[in-house]
Each structure stands twice: as C-alpha cells, then as structure tokens.
Design a protein around this ligand. Structure first.
Ligand SMILES: NC(=O)C1=CN([C@@H]2O[C@H](COP(=O)(O)OP(=O)(O)OC[C@H]3O[C@@H](n4cnc5c(N)ncnc54)[C@H](OP(=O)(O)O)[C@@H]3O)[C@@H](O)[C@H]2O)C=CC1
Ligand SMILES: CC(C)(CO)C(=O)C(=O)O
Length: 347
C-alpha cells in the first residue's frame, strides 16, 4: 500500500517506520533537521516495538498525481500546525482516506471541515513516543490507538466513504500496532484529554511525567486539574469512553472521591507508564524551543468551561505557566507551581 505521513516527528516517525517495516511504500513529510536526517540516514525506530531503520521518501510535501495516489495518509503534526500542513498537502489528499492522530478535542473535525472531499478518521494514540534526536524516535510506553469518526454535522453529514476509511485504517494500522475502534469518538477524545492532563507539569518543570506524579506537590496539582477537567466534561453532557481502563463510572467516582483517595488514580497512571522516562509530547516541544499544544490540551478545558459560563482556574493556571516557560525558557520549581495553582484556585 502507498502510505503517506504528514509530519514525521515522534508519533508520525514511529508509524512511518512500522509501515516501512511491514513492507508498505511509505512517504513522509518533515522539515528542518528532521527532514535532513531522514533524507541522509533514514528514520530509526527503537524502544518497545522493536528496532528498525526505515528509508522512506521524505520531502516538504507529499507527491501524488492521478496515476500515483496514496491509499492512506496520516496527519501527525501538533494541533497548531495542522491547518497549514493540510493546506500544503491538499492536492495529494483529495478523496484519499486521512487519519488525524492528534490530541485535544477538535483535530479530526477541523480536518474534515477543511477538506470536504477527503474521508477523515480520528485517532487517539495512547502509546508514548519520544523524538530522541533528528531521525531517531522511540516508543517509551506501548499502548493502543483508538480510531473513530468525528461527529457528523449539517455541513458534513455521515458518509459511507468515512465508514470505508475507518475500516481501511483499522485494517492497515491494525497490522502495525494495537488498534481499537470506538463508536463514541467525542467521549474518547474527552477521556484522552483527561489523560493528557499529565502533559502540562513536565512542560512547566522539565521533569518526566513519572517524576511529576511521584512528587506529592505536583501530584496534588495534577489530581486537581484532572478533577476539574472531568467536572467540565460532565457538565457538557459527554459520556467518557473507556480508554486504558478509564471508564465513565471510574472518572465520575474519581471526581467525587475525597482528595487523598483521588490522588491514587494519577499514581496508577504513572505506574502503568513504566520506568522509561516519558517527557510527554508537550515537554518535547519545549525542549526543542517550540511553541506547545497547550491551548488545545488544558486550554480546551478552559474553553469548554467558558462556553458553559464556568471557570476552570487550575487548567487556566497550567496554561499560563506553560506559556511562561515558552516565553522565558526557564522551568518553574514544584513549590512555585503549587503556589501559583493554589492562588488561582483561591481566585
Ligand atoms: N509524542 C507522543 O507520545 C504522543 C503525541 N500525541 C499527539 O500526536 C500529535 C503529534 O505529536 P508528536 O509526534 O509528539 O509531535 P512532533 O512535534 O514530534 O511531530 C510533529 C512533526 O511534524 C513536523 N511538522 C509540523 N508541521 C509540518 C509541516 N507543515 N510540514 C512538514 N512537517 C511538519 C514537525 O516539525 P517541527 O519539529 O519543525 O515543528 C515535527 O517533526 C500531537 O497532537 C500530540 O499531542 C499523541 C499521543 C502520544
Ligand atoms: C499518551 C501520552 C500521554 C504519552 O505521553 C500523550 O498523549 C502525550 O504525550 O501527548
């Protein structure tokens, strides 16, 4: 099959290497040092899903013409880069099934709105991938990826082509990595957004996810931000889809439990991550001197709260702290993080 990957960084690099290893004809887009490295030395995958050096065709944009179309394309850029990346590759995507692997709530729906002639499938990756250096990516925690369709709208009603794209993506990707299908993609996006509450504190402190969870001051902040996000999600009327054992009843119980009991859930999530330090995708952006996706993670909780006429002070404080680190390029000590969040909670 001819498989394209737009944005072969951590997640896209892993999927491109796995597709290459399975014998697919793979083409990726990348930029800067990553593009140079892939062109010169290939794409090196290490970690839990084995080792492989792929030699995909790599350039700034996908190449396709009528006689040489892609069978499946994945979009694996950070949320803030999605629109221009799709625009640059729009001619290769007409009528071609597109899988949008993106955290946050809006990625798949935005791609579907931007490309009306392209069948769009949403994907939520629960595995952790690290971009180690240009051309080198690694799986630090293996886990499933959940596929589903973005909610149909009046502007983009449900279409058989989208169901066919979902079945194709499940078959092709399912042969490469653990894949599950979810009928309630919106609920799955919200559950993933709860999981992604683990991203902000590493980006603010420079610590690995596991270290932020071990630190009692930071685990208290994480517990508060997760509970706030669960409460906002529930107020929108969404039903959480079960991901990694995080079910709707469990998340409701987590939000209602006394705080010391609730703190056990992040601890469990940290244990499941294993011992290889996971920076999370947000700290990886900071380490590369880039802007982060935080407005689409904790920022999505703040936006959803505002739409309901509510506030989400813990999530808002974490967004602000991540932006501070982006601006000032200095990490914040755990005590100062706890103090800033406590001040935000007091109002
Ligand atoms: N890393 C992880 O463990 C996980 C990440 N995710 C999600 O997956 C998505 C991708 O994350 P991740 O792989 O970590 O991100 P990365 O930043 O590692 O990868 C994205 C890549 O796309 C490149 N890129 C961006 N725009 C373009 C463009 N227009 N043309 C060509 N290349 C482009 C980036 O280049 P540059 O570096 O120059 O910006 C980068 O190499 C995010 O939504 C993230 O939240 C989900 C689960 C796990
Ligand atoms: C799955 C997880 C939490 C892996 O770290 C992730 O989505 C991310 O880093 O953005």
């Amino acid at each position: 099959m001819r498989v394209g990957v737009i944005g072969a960084g951590a997640v896209g690099g892993v999927i491109a290497a796995l597709a290459d290893r399975a014998g697919h004809d793979v083409e990726v887009t990348a930029r800067g040092a990553q593009l140079d490295a892939i062109e010169q030395r290939g794409l090196r995958l290490t970690g839990h899903w084995g080792e492989h050096t792929a030699r995909p065709r790599a350039s700034a944009r996908l190449h396709a013409d009528e006689a040489h179309q892609f069978d499946l394309v994945l979009l694996t850029v950070k949320a803030q880069d999605a629109r221009p990346a799709l625009e640059a590759n729009a001619s290769a995507l007409a009528g071609v099934p597109l899988v949008v692997v993106q955290n946050g709530l809006g990625g798949a729906a935005a791609a579907a709105a931007q490309l009306p002639a392209t069948p769009v499938v949403g994907a939520l990756a629960l595995f952790a991938a690290s971009y180690l250096s240009p051309g080198e990516v690694s799986i630090t925690t293996p886990a499933s990826t959940y596929l589903g369709l973005p909610k149909a709208t009046d502007a983009r009603p449900a279409r058989p082509a989208d169901d066919a794209a979902l079945a194709l993506a499940e078959r092709v990707l399912g042969a490469l990595l653990p894949i599950e299908r979810t009928p309630n993609f919106e609920g799955a996006q919200w559950t993933k957004l709860i999981v992604n509450q683990i991203n902000a504190l590493p980006a603010i402190t420079g610590l690995a996810v596991q270290e932020t969870i071990t630190d009692p001051r930071l685990r208290a902040v994480l517990t508060a931000s997760m509970r706030e996000a669960v409460d906002v999600a529930r107020a929108t009327g969404v039903r959480f889809e079960t991901l990694l054992g995080l079910s709707d009843p469990l998340l409701r119980a987590f939000s209602a439990a006394p705080e010391p009991l609730a703190r056990l859930l992040p601890r469990l999530m940290g244990r499941r991550m294993g011992s290889t330090p996971n920076p999370g995708s947000t700290l990886q952006s900071i380490r590369r001197g880039q802007l982060t996706e935080i407005d689409h993670l904790n920022g999505a909780v703040v936006d959803a709260a505002r739409a309901l006429g509510r506030e989400a002070p813990v999530n808002a404080a974490l967004v602000e702290l991540v932006h501070r680190v982006e601006r000032e390029t200095e990490f914040v000590a755990p005590d100062a993080v706890a103090a800033a969040v406590a001040a935000a909670r007091r109002g």
